[in-house]
Design a protein around this ligand. Sequence first.
Ligand SMILES: Cc1cc2nc3c(=O)[nH]c(=O)nc-3n(C[C@H](O)[C@H](O)[C@H](O)COP(=O)(O)OP(=O)(O)OC[C@H]3O[C@@H](n4cnc5c(N)ncnc54)[C@H](O)[C@@H]3O)c2cc1C
Length: 481
Amino acid sequence: MKPDQKPDIKPDFTPDIVVVGGGLAGCEAAWQLAKRNFRVRLFEMRPFVRTAAHETDGLAEVVCSNSFGGEGDTGAAGILKAELELGDSLILRCARLSRVPAGGALAVDREDFSRRVSGHIEGHPFIEVRREEVTDLPPAAVIATGPLTSPAMARALQNSIGDRYLSFFDAVAPIVTRESVDMEKAYTAGRYGRGNDYINCPMNKEEYLAFYEALIEAERVLPHPGESQSNDTMLSGKDAYFEGCMPIEVMAARGPDTLRFGPMKPVGLPDPKTGREPYAVVQLRQDNKEGTLYNLVGFQTGLKWGEQSRLLRRVPGLENADIVRFGVMHRNIYVNAPAVLDEYLRLKKSDLQENNLKESNFKENNLNESNLRESSFIFLAGQITGVEGYMESTAMGLAAGVNAARLLAGRPLSPWPRETAIGSLIGYLQGAETGEKAFQPMNANLGIFPPLPQRIKDKRQKARVIYERALTAARVFWDDL
Ligand SMILES: Cc1cc2nc3c(=O)[nH]c(=O)nc-3n(C[C@H](O)[C@H](O)[C@H](O)COP(=O)(O)OP(=O)(O)OC[C@H]3O[C@@H](n4cnc5c(N)ncnc54)[C@H](O)[C@@H]3O)c2cc1C
């Protein structure tokens, strides 16, 4: 659509609910609502207001890689897709129709994909697409404005939930599974003998210098074109790293010893095998309550994922590490979900929402006041909830859409079963793994599912058991809906 074209306004269209953001999550949420016969007004600000990464006017534009991850029963990405299929996900359906060859992964022709989604959404009699930026929180809505939420909407959210609960930058260190760390080489210890909570991977001088050389030569992910073009100071400054969040490659560029005096400091961590402090140490800290995941302390990085993989394999003890989440450094607006979202992805009530509701025009969304008084009617969906990834964002769109539809129908909400991938992501957002203080975005991985009663060493076999358990729970859930 060209900026001078009229938005697609349907005459006499009275929406039941508003969806803000026509990305992966917003389109999925709108679809789930419309297929349950609710009328949706979907706001998408492009092309009139642009983001730093989107390049087209199409709905559901895939901004970077064209891969939606693995399929099948041998990984969390496959489990999530199987659940999305059970939920009749529009995004998954269109992705499969736009598939291009990519081995075991689901990769799409991004233009064809966006065209298909746009066709379904714009052509749906119960969905009206408005090309407008939304700058305030509507009284009843699904907010799916993504990691590049417009500054005005980010401010509205900030005003509602409080400054400290909205993050603008994602600085994440890689996370590995505990069972893939070679404990013959690594050892548990806290600095200066304080407890045994950390796993320490020791390096001698030779190993450290080789690691350092590889690190300074490693390729970084280039900032997306235009990523620093925001005119809002709150969202700008792609190289202005937060204190304590400096990427390791930036630290390393300051000299060979910077890391040894920073995150790789060996002081107070003698290796029990030698009784001496190593030359350098990579520390791993527990990342979930079950103790199945560990993050690399201070190792936030914007290196390409292949480079991260190669580098980590150079660390003694991590040669065969199973990396469940790579490090990232990018603009990413997300809420502190454990603090502000309930288990149905609704914003917990704040005073501001109370006022909004009182002042709003309830006729617009066919809701009665008592329904709203009992529960906040602002759902979040997509990456902004604190998940990471195309399919994860879609899943949070599906869950928000289904939950919003149930609320509109005056039916009780049911929590997503915890054994499912969607339930595990929501469980993660509820702080099941990290709590409120250490919350950072997460993608679907086997480590966030509840533990199995039995220990299974083989990763593929374990995934299959988790897959069966998830799909059984998901089928029962959808049958009950
Ligand atoms: C630069 C970048 C690269 C990424 N690369 C990958 C990758 O390779 N693989 C991967 O799995 N994930 C990637 N992600 C993470 C994430 O999966 C995607 O961003 C995904 O598109 C998120 O889906 P979403 O629906 O939450 O947001 P989006 O798909 O971004 O949709 C949000 C929509 O809301 C609109 N909008 C924003 N504010 C307003 C407003 N106030 N009013 C109206 N409309 C508004 C935007 O224009 C946009 O269309 C990347 C993220 C970023 C920022």
